[in-house]
Design a protein around this ligand. Structure first.
Ligand code: GLU
Length: 322
């Protein structure tokens, strides 16, 4: 992993990656699997600040290819609006764009860059826990099936996933916080065996189709970015500028979750905290305001300086926790 200097170090005012957004866009792309927690809201605020401060449009995309919980989208959009975020144009839904993803898989297939994979989750787990397997990478089991073996698998009736026939073990992306970051590119899934387009493919197709050239999101997705950028390059699509920001953690240093107390806007409201109070908490966590100071998004935009962005995770402590 190559962590280079934090923003500000060695990059002068001439670094136009911070302000080349005249016609581009940033975005927030939640999966509608439940309520947004304060860490998600904080990421949305940061993505909005990065986009608006560079003259970019800010787009919302609902990533509803799986993990959809009824009512979650409405509550997520309502919460984003309640803390003052605005966005441009219609909210885009991945579930309504299946043809685009199919077309991308078809293009890669015509170029000889895909293969059918019959592995079960269990088989992959067993193969990747072998002593010499690279961590987190598909070992390529089905890449080398002979025509006969493939026929036998087909005949057995298990529908295949479609994988990318990757030509690179690694790929390097540029991240505004992490510098140049090199990560594994394995034979990632493009279409799952239930026919659903895979997340990595959908993100790449959508970011390009929506004119998104700035991707700000949680750093749990940093290791996915090289795969996505490589896929974009193979498809002849543009690769965005990335900023993977530290996640919100609970008091034990684990990723913030529902059980960590008053973590949603609704939970906070039940404690008497308004959405504006929550925005204040987020602003203080970003060092853009003093604790308890009343803020608004325009004020935060005025104060925003990405070079002073805190690189440590935000530890959320529930003020009413025992
Ligand atoms: N939908 C993904 C999530 O909620 C985010 C995808 C992205 O930002 O690329 O974790």
């Amino acid at each position: 992993m190559s962590h280079s200097a934090p923003p500000g170090d060695g990059r002068g005012a001439g670094d136009d990656r911070y302000d080349n957004g005249r016609s581009g866009a940033g975005r927030f792309a939640p999966s509608p699997s439940g309520d947004l927690h304060l860490g998600n809201l904080r990421t949305a605020v940061v993505a909005w600040l990065f986009a608006r401060s560079t003259g970019r449009r800010f787009l919302l995309r609902v990533e509803d290819l799986d993990r959809v919980r009824s009512g979650a989208e409405q509550s997520q959009l309502g919460d984003l609006a309640a803390i003052g975020l605005d966005w441009d144009g219609e909210v885009v839904h991945q579930s309504r764009r299946l043809r685009l993803y199919d077309a991308a898989v078809a293009r890669l297939t015509r170029a000889g860059l895909t293969y059918e994979c019959y592995c079960t989750r269990r088989e992959i787990q067993e193969a990747t826990s072998a002593p010499h397997a690279p961590a987190g990478a598909y070992p390529g089991t089905c890449r080398h099936l002979s025509a006969d073996e493939r026929e036998a698998k087909r005949a057995a009736g298990r529908p295949p996933a479609v994988r990318l026939r990757s030509g690179e073990p690694f790929y390097t992306i540029h991240d505004l916080l992490h510098g140049d970051f090199t990560g594994i590119v394995d034979d990632l899934v493009l279409r799952r065996n239930d026919g659903t387009p895979a997340y990595n493919l959908a993100v790449v197709v959508d970011d390009d189709a929506q004119g998104i050239d700035q991707v700000v999101r949680g750093d749990d997705l940093l290791t996915s970015a090289p795969r996505q950028a490589y896929l974009a390059a193979l498809l002849g699509l543009s690769v965005p500028v990335y900023a993977h920001i530290p996640l919100a953690l609970n008091a034990d240093g684990k990723r913030l979750a529902k059980r960590d107390g008053a973590v949603t806007l609704a939970d906070q409201a039940a404690r008497g905290h308004t959405p504006a109070d929550v925005l204040g908490t987020i602003a203080a966590s970003l060092k853009l305001a003093d604790p308890g100071e009343p803020v608004s998004l325009p004020l935060l935009l005025d104060r925003w300086n990405p070079k002073r962005f805190p690189h440590e995770p935000w530890i959320f402590r529930d003020d009413a926790a025992p």
